[in-house]
Design a protein around this ligand. Sequence first.
Ligand code: TYD
Length: 140
Amino acid sequence: MNNSINEFGSAPHLVELNSIGDSSEGYITVAEAEKSIPYVIKRIYWTYYTPQNVIRGHHAHKELKQVIFAVSGIIKFTLENHLGEKQEFTLDKPNKGLYIPPFTWREINFSHNAVLICFASEWYSEEDYIRDYNSFRNGN
Ligand code: TYD
């Protein structure tokens, strides 16, 4: 458990937040800006009802930092850095998050009941997206 991270750095990684409670009464998990989420949260979005056979993502961001949770279901990420190095991460419990730094290409697959919630460091801007894979790999 690590709820006092101030700087997540430049590598993607899993983040486990405290799960408060027990199986007899249920659980609560808390995300706090500038504490367990190591930046000011400017935007929160969530996705749902994604068909299981769909891969979403196919983009990277220039500045955006994200911490993402599967509050329900299972979400699998294939992340790739600009060198083409790939890493896979699975969110399979509601207190397990994934930190995604800028310049990370992502492909995301959802179980049928998955709900993804994202705590984002920036407001939405299409200018921040890199949607062309070759541009991403070429760094432009
Ligand atoms: P996108 O980030 O491409 O989703 P995914 O990678 O999961 O496929 O966003 C999908 C659409 O939603 C796209 O048209 C942009 C829009 N959108 C917003 O308008 N605001 C937002 O904050 C986000 C995340 C997406």
